[in-house]
Design a protein around this ligand. Sequence first.
Ligand code: PEP
Ligand code: CO
Length: 477
Amino acid sequence: MSDWSPESWKAIGAIQQPQYDDLHELNAVISELQRLPPLVTSWEVEALKVQLAEAARGERFLLQGGDCAESFAGCSSETITNKLKILLQMSLVLVHGTKKRVVRVGRFAGQYAKPRSSDTEKRGDQEFPSYRGDLVNSLAFDAESRRPNPQRLLRGYERSALTLNFVRGLIDGGFADLHHPEYWGLDFVKHSPHAAEYEAVVTSIGDSLRFMETLAGIDVGQIDRVDFFSSHEGLHLLYEQAHTRQVPRREGWYNLSTHFPWIGMRTAAPGGAHVEFFRGINNPIGVKVGSGVKRDDLLRMLDLLHPIDEPGRLTLIHRFGVGAIEAGLPDLIETVRASGKTVLWVCDPMHGNTRATENGFKTRSFDDILREVELAFEIHQSTSSKLGGVHFELTGENVTECVGGARGLSEVDLTRAYESQVDPRLNYEQALEMAFLVGRKMHSVEGSRAERLLADGSKGSDFGPIRPSLSGLNHEH
Ligand code: PEP
Ligand code: CO
């Protein structure tokens, strides 16, 4: 790595970066960020890498989710707790359905920068820089709001710290204690079409806990808490670079702005500045891949980002769209197999399924999202690969942004509570329903694989009862 430094990306023109007009102010802000303490620690980062390696081997399942873009205004007690609650509920349902330990990663505490298809936005005869997320500028359409403002980098860092502090405090204080899933209840859960099913999962896990404590005499102190990791798209390279540090008694560099940064689809070219930056950091990293990815580019990316096949290092997050996954995914799986390397495969069923309604809302259909996940399970299984996780844009709020789901939201409903500034998210009920259906699909796909293996080995077919796997909610460190 002698040819890499946290700044070596600068020699390559980075795309998707804001154009600041006051470089003196920008440099002062970057220096201040470099002096401030990190948001996460290298041992948390390494602990996540171990868990992602387990997911790549099929021993765990990754649930990654949150807003498309966090907003500074959304850094509030209620929004953060609601997001934790829905992720906790989904993970409980997934543990129950998949019988696997679940790794929980939020798209939060730093998901403030967005790639845009155009540098400017035109309305009538006015043209201003595009909105690039609260880390860069603000959404209102006027010159001052759209001016990239370096001070926002500090505000984004601070809000990430406030969010992480609150998440850690809630978890340490027992918010995620499995003995008290009622803490995670959202007001509207009782009105959800899935209320009864969810209650049954909670009761079943509670029964198992009590069984272990009273009958088996096992101390569940170690397994009654869950933990969370943070992630965001590592888009704004000056910001990411400012958090990239060396730490005592470890080799190399860590990006300590988040546990798990990923490279977005638009910035994933192997010769680009983002790949150059990411290749030198020790974090586990994700890369979004889709229909445009060529075999040679993927092989080159594996060389650059995953040179020694370190377990847990590389997650490929595929996002094809329901109409393209069958044509595109098998080749990617084959290419990775030919490289001899192991990656964690994750399905993002959101970004390939975005469309505009006639009255101009960006939306996604619940059925398309679900179908893409189902196809992903089937394609991985039929190519002897493994889908090890899912990546959703979701919220714990009762918004109306995606159509479909058990309540049958229609395009007309989108006018009621459409709040996203960027991409449409699954609302609370849709997210919980999705977790049930994903768990069910995974169980049927992996179950049928196990049955075939048994039939091949002619060792009988009695698996015994399937119990919820409590270890899925392990607190590890
Ligand atoms: C996103 O995750 O919000 C995003 C922009 O995705 P992609 O890079 O896959 O388009
Ligand atoms: Co998005």
